[in-house]
Unconditional design. Structure first.
Length: 713
C-alpha cells in the first residue's frame, strides 16, 4: 500500500537543545514509513547504563497505546529488546505469530497487525532499536523492504550516536503533544450536513476534531462540548472500556470496525469506524436492535468511572508477565526486569512477612546497608512498609518532604531515593508482604498510576504466594531425592562405573528417575535404572521405596526376573497411583555374563571392545505397579572384557523434534565413537549433549558399566 505525505504530527521526546537532531530523526522515520507502506514506527534509545530501552519518538499512534513499553529492560521478551540484544531483524507477521512468540504483547494488544523490530547499532556500539507496524497480516518482508529498513536503521543509529555524544548523561525528557486540527473546510461541512447519518472524525489520540450537526443530535450533546474531547470521557453511556477498545483496535490494525451502543433512554446507535494513519472517520446511525436481544451498557452517573483502556492493558501485560514466574527468585527477576522499568523506577525490594519479621526476599537498586535495615524490621515497627502491609493501604510518597512529614524516622533516610510507592501484597485476604518501588528523583503519581500500581500489588502477591509454595515443595522434593539417590557408586573390582542425573527444565527440578549399583556375594554385582511416573514428592518417595526393595531382593539372591516380580507385587500392594519402568541387570564378572529383566523401560545398549554397538533386546513385562502377577523373563547376554553396558532413562534419547529411534541411533553412534574414553568423561559428554537441548520436560539418568581386566577376587 502506498502512503501519501499526510502523516499526523508525531509525538516526540526531546530536550530543548536537541531539537534539530530530533527533527532529523523524525524525517528519517517518516520517509522510511512512506516508502515501505507502514503506518506506525517508533525509536527507542538505549539508556546510558545500557540496561533499559526508552521510547524516544513515535509516529502514527499516540503514546497511550505503548504505555506499558515506554521503558523496558533489555532482557524483556519483547521485539525491540530481542532485536538489539540478538543484533537481528525480528519479524512478527500476524496475530498468530504474536501469540506464539510474544504472548504478553498479544494479551495486551489483541489486534490484527504485523510488526518488525531492528537494532540501531554502529561499529562504535549499541544506541537503541526501532519497531515498525503494518496493517493486518504481512508476509516476510521482500528484499527492498529489508534493504530500506537496514538503511534507515544505519542512519538512525548514526544520529543517535551523535546525540549520545552531546548528552551522555541525559535525563528522560517529556512528551510534546500534537495539536489536533479542528477547522474542516466549509464545503466539506456543508456536504456532510446533508447526509442522513451523523459523521465525526477522531484524531490519533481519539479526540473529536469534527462532528456534523446530525451526529451531535444523535449523540444528544452540544458540538462545542464534544470537540477536542474523547467521546468516552464526555458521554457517560460510552464510558466503557469496550468502546474505547474498538477505537484502539481500528487504529492499531488499520481495519474498519463497528459496534452498537445504547444511548439513554432506549435509542440504539451504530458506530462504523474507518481508520487511517491520521485518525478515524466515524459514521453514526440509528441501529435496528431489539431491546430484548441486546444487553444494556448504561452506567449510572454517580458510579466511579472505570480505569482507561490503556491502563487496563498495562495491567494485563504485567499480569501475563507474572504468570511466567515459578519460584520466588523468578518473581523478583520479573518485577526488577520488566515492571520496574515500565514505571521508571530505579530500585525495588520485595519484603515478605515471616515469623514476626519482614524478610527481604529479593531486591535491586538499593545499597546493601538499606537491605540490611529492612531485614531487621519487626511487624510492629512503625514504618511505611510495615504499615502498608498491615493496613492493606498503598502509600505513595512523591518526595522526601512528603515521606518524612508523616514518618520522621523512616527506615531508609539515606537510600539515595527521592520518591516511593509502597504496595501491600495481599493474597487471599491475608497480608504477605510489601513491594517497595523507589525513584531517584521526585516522582508524581497520577490517579491512573496509583490505580495500576495498586492492582499490580495484588498480582505480585498472588505470584509470590504461588512461588513460595512452589519453592517449598521443590526444596522438599529435591532434599528427598538427593537423600535417596546414591551419593557415590561402590568400588567393585573388575568393574568400572559412572553415573549421572540431570533434572528436567520444566516444572520442579526433581523427578522419579533413579539408578543404583549393588555389590553382591561371590564377586557379582547388580545394576538397576528406572523411571517413576511424575515429577513431585510422591514420585521421589516411591523411587526410594523401589530402590530399597530391589536392594533387599537382590541381596537375598533372587534372579532378575524374581527381583522384578517381587518389586512389582510390593508396588501394586502399596497402590500409590503411579507406575514405574525399570531394567535390572545381574553381572556375573567371573563368567563375563549379564542377566537382564525389563519392565517397560528403554532397552540397554552394549558396546563391544571392537567398537560395535547394539541394542540388547530384552523381552519386557508390564510397567511396575499395574498387574500384580506379571512375569518378567530373563535374558542372558555374554560379555567380553572391555564391553561397555549403557543403562539410561528415556530423557536421554527423547529430544523435542527428533524421533525416538533417531535419538537412540544418535546415542549408539556417540558410544561407538567415544566409548574408549574414561567413563566419567564419556558420561559428562553424553549429559552435556542433552543439556544443550534447552527446554526438557523429562529428567535424565545414566549408568555406564565396563568390564575391566582387573581380576575378580
Amino acid at each position: 500500500m502506498a502512503l501519501g505525505r499526510q502523516f499526523p504530527p508525531s509525538e516526540t521526546i526531546s530536550a530543548s537543545n536537541e531539537g534539530d537532531d530530533q527533527d532529523a530523526l523524525h524525517k528519517v522515520l517518516t520517509d522510511m514509513l512512506e516508502e515501505i507502506g507502514a503506518h506506525t514506527g517508533a525509536i527507542y534509545r538505549l539508556s546510558p547504563d545500557g540496561q533499559v530501552l526508552e521510547l524516544a519518538m513515535m509516529e502514527g499512534l499516540p503514546r497511550e497505546f505503548v504505555q506499558p513499553w515506554e521503558r523496558v529492560s533489555l532482557t524483556a521478551p519483547i521485539p525491540v529488546a530481542d532485536a538489539l540484544r540478538d543484533k537481528r531483524l525480528v519479524w512478527v507477521g500476524n496475530e498468530e505469530d504474536m501469540v506464539r512468540c510474544y504472548p504478553t504483547i498479544a494479551v495486551a494488544l489483541p489486534y490484527e497487525f504485523s510488526l518488525a523490530a531492528v537494532p540501531l547499532s554502529t561499529p562504535a556500539g549499541d544506541y537503541g532499536a526501532m519497531f515498525i507496524v503494518w496493517s493486518g497480516s504481512y508476509p516476510p518482508p521482500p528484499a527492498h523492504t529489508r534493504e530500506r529498513l537496514t538503511a534507515a536503521a544505519a542512519e538512525l543509529a548514526e544520529k543517535l550516536q551523535v546525540l549520545a555524544r552531546k548528552s551522555p548523561s541525559r535525563r528522560r525528557t517529556g512528551w510534546h503533544e500534537a495539536v489536533p486540527l479542528t477547522d474542516p473546510a466549509e464545503v466539506l461541512g456543508a456536504m456532510v450536513a446533508r447526509l442522513p447519518e451523523g459523521i465525526c472524525t477522531l484524531d490519533v489520540k481519539g479526540r473529536l476534531t469534527y462532528i456534523s450537526p446530525r451526529g451531535a443530535a444523535l449523540l444528544g450533546e452540544s458540538p462545542l462540548r464534544l470537540i477536542g474531547a474523547q467521546p468516552w470521557t464526555v458521554l457517560p453511556w460510552l464510558d466503557d472500556p469496550v468502546y474505547e477498545d474498538r477505537y484502539r483496535r481500528a487504529m492499531i490494525s488499520q481495519q474498519p470496525s463497528s459496534f452498537v451502543a445504547l444511548c439513554p433512554p432506549e435509542r440504539w446507535l451504530a458506530f462504523d469506524l474507518y481508520p487511517s494513519i491520521s485518525g478515524i472517520t466515524v459514521r453514526i446511525s440509528p441501529a435496528p436492535v431489539e431491546t430484548e436481544a441486546a444487553p444494556a451498557r448504561t452506567l449510572p452517573i454517580d458510579v466511579a468511572l472505570p480505569i482507561r483502556t490503556g491502563a487496563i492493558y498495562h495491567v494485563l501485560h504485567l499480569a501475563s508477565t507474572l504468570t511466567q514466574a515459578a519460584g520466588v527468585q523468578d518473581v523478583v527477576t520479573l518485577v526488577a526486569d520488566q515492571i520496574m522499568p515500565a514505571f521508571g523506577a530505579q530500585a525495588v525490594a520485595l519484603l515478605a512477612a515471616e515469623e514476626g519479621l519482614l524478610r527481604v526476599v529479593g531486591h535491586r537498586g538499593f545499597p546493601p546497608h538499606i537491605i540490611e535495615q529492612y531485614g531487621r524490621l519487626t511487624l510492629t515497627s512503625p514504618t511505611p512498609s510495615i504499615r502498608a502491609m498491615v493496613t492493606g493501604v498503598p502509600n505513595f510518597f512523591e518526595s522526601h518532604d512528603e515521606l518524612y512529614q508523616i514518618y520522621p524516622s523512616a527506615v531508609a533516610p539515606d537510600d539515595g531515593m527521592a520518591a516511593w510507592a509502597l504496595l501491600p501484597l495481599i493474597a487471599s485476604g491475608r497480608p504477605v508482604g510489601t513491594c517497595v518501588l523507589a525513584f531517584r528523583e521526585p516522582h508524581p503519581f497520577t490517579v491512573e498510576d496509583r490505580a495500576v500500581l495498586t492492582s499490580l500489588g495484588g498480582l505480585i502477591a498472588q505470584a509470590m504466594e504461588r512461588a513460595r509454595l512452589y519453592d517449598a515443595k521443590s526444596e522438599l522434593a529435591r532434599g528427598l531425592q538427593e537423600g535417596l539417590l546414591p551419593h557415590a557408586l561402590p568400588r567393585i573390582p573388575g568393574l568400572d562405573a559412572a553415573a549421572r542425573y540431570l533434572p528436567g527444565t520444566e516444572g520442579m527440578d526433581i523427578g522419579g528417575d533413579f539408578y543404583d549399583l549393588i555389590r553382591l556375594p561371590d564377586g557379582a554385582a547388580a545394576a538397576i535404572i528406572g523411571d517413576v511416573q511424575g515429577h513431585n514428592v510422591t514420585a521421589a518417595a516411591l523411587m526410594g521405596q523401589i530402590r530399597t526393595a530391589v536392594r533387599a531382593y537382590a541381596a537375598a539372591g533372587a534372579d532378575p526376573g524374581e527381583v522384578m516380580y517381587r518389586t512389582n507385587q510390593m508396588l501394586t500392594d502399596l497402590d500409590p497411583g503411579l507406575f514405574a519402568s525399570c531394567v535390572y541387570v545381574h553381572l556375573d564378572r567371573r563368567h563375563c555374563e549379564a542377566r537382564l529383566a525389563r519392565a517397560g523401560h528403554p532397552e540397554p545398549l552394549v558396546r563391544h571392545p571392537n567398537g560395535d554397538v547394539e541394542v540388547i533386546h530384552v523381552p519386557g513385562g508390564l510397567l511396575l505397579g499395574i498387574e500384580p502377577e506379571t512375569e518378567y523373563p530373563c535374558t542372558n547376554v555374554p560379555l567380553e572384557v572391555g564391553s561397555l553396558l549403557a543403562l539410561y532413562t528415556d530423557g536421554l534419547i527423547e529430544v523435542p523434534g527428533i524421533d525416538i529411534d533417531d535419538g537412540l541411533a544418535a546415542l549408539g553412534a556417540r558410544l561407538a565413537s567415544d566409548g574408549d574414553q574414561p567413563l566419567n568423561e564419556l558420561a559428562e559428554s553424553l549429559i552435556r549433549n542433552v543439556e544443550g537441548v534447552g527446554r526438557r520436560s523429562d529428567d535424565v539418568a545414566l549408568l555406564l558399566l565396563r568390564l575391566a581386566a582387573e581380576p575378580v577376587p
